[in-house]
Design a protein around this ligand. Structure first.
Ligand SMILES: NC(=O)c1ccc[n+]([C@@H]2O[C@H](COP(=O)([O-])OP(=O)(O)OC[C@H]3O[C@@H](n4cnc5c(N)ncnc54)[C@H](OP(=O)(O)O)[C@@H]3O)[C@@H](O)[C@H]2O)c1
Length: 332
């Protein structure tokens, strides 16, 4: 019987996520029931949200200790007990952090075998869709407007910022460190970048956005959110995509200042969203993203780490800002 190597959540983190929070295990490769498929993970997606799921209920149930760590993967069908999938087909599935999983075939779609395959997890996966649909459906940026994106050198942020540029906006990215900021302006073509780790983020944003921010795409929350809030233009829109600054630490002693006062006086629209809310626009979004990538107008940055055993350190590193673009782990 083949062995299924797994990574478990051994203990919920009390402070910052650490290697001790994970354990490695071996199990039997499962047998799929009727309606299920047995899949083998090829690339496991690393997402900031992996850490948020350890905190409690989000848009999915909370993780429990001893469970296989949750996560999505680009996976290959090994055995199928549904009619629409065959062995060898590629799917995006919630496999968890393990080599093999038996999953329901009901909502799985056969994916095209494109080159490189990793794009199916980055620009053509949840990452690209979140950036595209969140920015355009929630933020509704207009040509000439000023758009600010936080965690702009990350997976979602790097695509959202480029989409805003392609829509004719003036775009400012916020990221940690001079190197990432130089990459945002030099390589991705953003108009300006602000290094939040240099401090004075509010002042730096004021200098970069003299007419105020029309759309703020927020991936991080916390102090960066506050700095953007104080720089919003009247009738601006804040797209609440995520709050990575709050995922891996004790909750901050107070919320951002300016809530709700500035929301009122500046007549702001503050909207949270989960990407699945907009899946009616998925096919059109994917077609547009593909056209931009193929025309060389949208750069896809990926950060691929090798080996299932490196999943815990890869997630810890992502939360510390090690990654540029979409981080994933190659499993097979
Ligand atoms: N709403 C949805 O449907 C949806 C779907 C997918 C993802 N998301 C959200 O999108 C956001 C980005 O996720 P991702 O998976 O693409 O991760 P990512 O941006 O590739 O990686 C996370 C980045 O966050 C930055 N960061 C970490 N701690 C920070 C802090 N305290 N303050 C400011 N920045 C910090 C780091 O970059 P620096 O070096 O710049 O610090 C790090 O590289 C997350 O908030 C996630 O929850 C939402």
């Amino acid at each position: 019987m083949a062995v299924n190597h797994q990574v478990l959540l051994a203990e919920k983190p009390r402070g910052k996520l650490a290697l001790e929070n994970f354990a490695f295990a071996e199990a039997e490769v499962p047998t799929p029931d009727e309606g299920q498929v047995l899949v083998k993970a090829r690339y496991i997606s690393l997402d900031a949200a992996n850490r948020a799921w350890m905190q409690g209920v989000t848009y999915r149930s909370a993780l429990s200790t001893g469970e296989v760590m949750a996560g999505g993967a680009l996976a290959e069908v090994v055995e199928s007990r549904v009619s629409h999938l065959q062995p060898g087909d590629l799917v995006q599935a919630e496999t968890g952090w393990q080599e093999y999983a038996a999953v329901s075939g009901k909502h799985l779609e056969k994916l095209p075998k494109i080159e490189p395959l990793t794009h199916l997890l980055s620009v053509y996966g949840v990452t690209g869709l979140t950036a595209y649909l969140g920015l355009l459906r929630v933020g509704d940026p207009q040509p000439g407007e000023t758009v600010v994106v936080s965690a702009a050198a990350g997976a979602v942020g790097s695509i959202a910022a480029q989409v805003a540029k392609l829509k004719g906006c003036r775009v400012i990215g916020i990221a940690g460190g001079a190197e990432k900021c130089a990459w945002l302006t030099g390589e991705l073509g953003l108009d300006e970048a602000v290094d939040y780790k240099a401090g004075e983020t509010r002042r730096a944003l004021r200098a970069a956005c003299p007419d105020g921010i029309n759309v703020y795409f927020d991936n991080v929350g916390g102090d960066v959110f506050e700095a953007a809030l104080f720089n919003m233009a009247n009738h601006g829109r804040i797209v609440c995509c995520g709050a990575v600054s709050a995922y891996d630490d004790a909750p901050p002693p107070h919320g951002p200042r300016g809530v709700p006062g500035l929301i009122v006086t500046k007549r702001l629209k503050v909207d949270g969203f989960v990407v699945m809310d907009f899946y009616d626009g998925k096919a059109a979004a994917l077609a547009q993203l593909k056209a931009w990538v193929e025309a060389g107008k949208l750069k896809v940055q990926e950060d691929v780490i090798d080996g299932l055993q490196n999943l815990p350190s890869a997630l810890i590193g992502l939360l510390a800002g090690e990654n540029r673009g979409k981080r994933m782990v190659k499993v097979s």
